[in-house]
Design a protein around this ligand. Structure first.
Ligand SMILES: [Zn+2]
Length: 218
């Protein structure tokens, strides 16, 4: 049986597999990202997987495909393969090479890690992002990378606050349900609010972003 059919049968044992399937590995994706498309006319399911998935154990890849299929067909379910997939993604950061850094971000990371995490968080890759006001910060699980927008370089208090948010992502990881991952959970938000002056910092952040936006439109 082919990989996709196996994954399908593992989820929907009583349904017939009536699709043509394509699995592509692509260098377009960062980390361990992937997506799926269904052409309802030709009944072709196309999975596009990051090249990093090549060589990963079949049982884990099946879990990935199953999660994507649940989302595609808007169904609920859980399989052993999906457990394996979740474990894999949650532990990938251990194996990922740590070779990106930036002096300002590193100082911020060390400061926040020491103050709020008792220095217990392992240093991820740290990357300065574009001058973006849309994405101020991001944590990517597949590459274990925190990216912070260079917009924040002139506001160290805000940079630290966004750094705190991204470290929380690394620490809390995510909740995985029916093929979807949930990142800003209740616990996450509760934790985020414990940051000193978080309300004021949020206000300052939106003021600066508004100004920047105005500036961009001039
Ligand atoms: Zn977030």
């Amino acid at each position: 049986m082919r990989l996709v059919e196996k994954a399908f049968k593992g989820l929907f044992s009583d349904m017939d597999f009536i699709y043509t399937d394509v699995v592509k590995y692509s260098g377009r994706f960062k980390g361990f990202n992937a997506n799926v498309k269904l052409n309802r006319f030709t009944k072709t399911i196309t999975f596009c997987l990051s090249r990093n998935w090549q060589g990963v154990d079949e049982s884990i890849r099946i879990g990935l495909l199953q999660g994507l299929m649940l989302r595609l067909f808007k169904k609920k379910g859980r399989t052993t393969n999906m457990d394996l997939y979740e474990n894999f993604i949650k532990n990938i950061h251990i194996a990922v090479p740590k070779n990106k850094s930036n002096p300002v971000l590193e100082q911020s990371f060390n400061r926040i890690n020491k103050l709020y995490f008792a220095g217990m968080v392992d240093k991820p890759n740290l990357r300065l992002g574009k001058n973006s006001i849309r994405t101020l910060g991001n944590y990517d699980y597949g590459t274990d990378t925190i990216t912070i927008s260079s917009v924040l370089l002139n506001h160290i208090d805000l940079l630290d606050y966004v750094m705190y948010h991204e470290i929380l992502h690394k620490k809390h990881k995510f909740k995985f349900k029916n093929g979807r991952s949930f990142h800003h959970t209740k616990t996450f938000k509760k934790n985020e609010k414990t940051y000193p002056n978080s309300k004021e910092l949020e206000d300052k952040l939106s003021r600066i972003l508004r100004k920047k936006k105005l500036f961009l439109f001039l």
